[in-house]
Design a protein around this ligand. Sequence first.
Ligand SMILES: NC(=O)c1ccc[n+]([C@@H]2O[C@H](COP(=O)([O-])OP(=O)(O)OC[C@H]3O[C@@H](n4cnc5c(N)ncnc54)[C@H](OP(=O)(O)O)[C@@H]3O)[C@@H](O)[C@H]2O)c1
Length: 239
Amino acid sequence: MTNSTIRAAGFGLRKPKRLNPGRNLAGTVDAVGTAVTGFEPGDEVFGICDSSFAEYVRVRTDKLATKPSNLSFDEAAAVPVSALTALQAVRDHGRVEAGHKVLIVGASGGVGSFAVQIAKAFGADVTGVCSTANVDMVRGIGADHVVDYTRDDIADGRDRFDVILDMAGNRRLSHLRRALIPNGRLVIVGGEPVAGGWAVPTVSCGRPCSHCSSSRIRARSSHAPGRCMGPGALATWPE
Ligand SMILES: NC(=O)c1ccc[n+]([C@@H]2O[C@H](COP(=O)([O-])OP(=O)(O)OC[C@H]3O[C@@H](n4cnc5c(N)ncnc54)[C@H](OP(=O)(O)O)[C@@H]3O)[C@@H](O)[C@H]2O)c1
């Protein structure tokens, strides 16, 4: 077989069928385009791009920020997508404010661990939900209370929350609802994989998922149809 046959069969003719993996980057600017301002070779940066597992990447400047000097490259590379997702969930969809009681299901995970810290920074009273092994870690990053989901039920009636952020995605809406105050806000992060990304589980993105389509709630999202990546539905009830 020739090289071109192999390429056509495996990788695509004109361009790769699949992008190389990796969305987060941290590194040193090697070269900048002629129209670029604000960055120059040698700058230490972090941000988001495609195929960031490669040694060299091309990145838009609006997806790049200066790396804080107190973070290593490894630490900075762990931040962009997960922390932005958490920020959108806590600030934009959850509209968390000081004094809110916030339940974060999946508090020990990639998104949830940032969500705990961001919600705390906004002055919320945060309850994190995780497994036994992660209870101390979740408390260590600032959660005021921790529920071990292997032992306790978040909807046992003892507490009700102004905002619930569900990163684990494995609870029925009716169950989450029991832990929410009337007019509370539920933000579901994640969704079902679709070609090219993640569909946000919301009726307004045009890809209703099993969470929302069978529920009695109205779901709203600021995402445009079909352009959803990251955090999911904002649901409130009653209307
Ligand atoms: N990571 C990202 O950058 C990113 C970006 C956009 C969207 N998302 C989406 O966000 C969602 C979460 O992603 P992630 O990266 O944060 O996942 P992750 O790191 O795997 O974390 C999953 C979390 O869910 C918890 N969990 C597992 N089973 C549970 C249960 N039965 N009850 C309650 N909690 C449970 C885990 O707790 P234990 O580990 O303690 O068991 C952990 O805290 C996914 O749908 C993902 O596609 C992620």
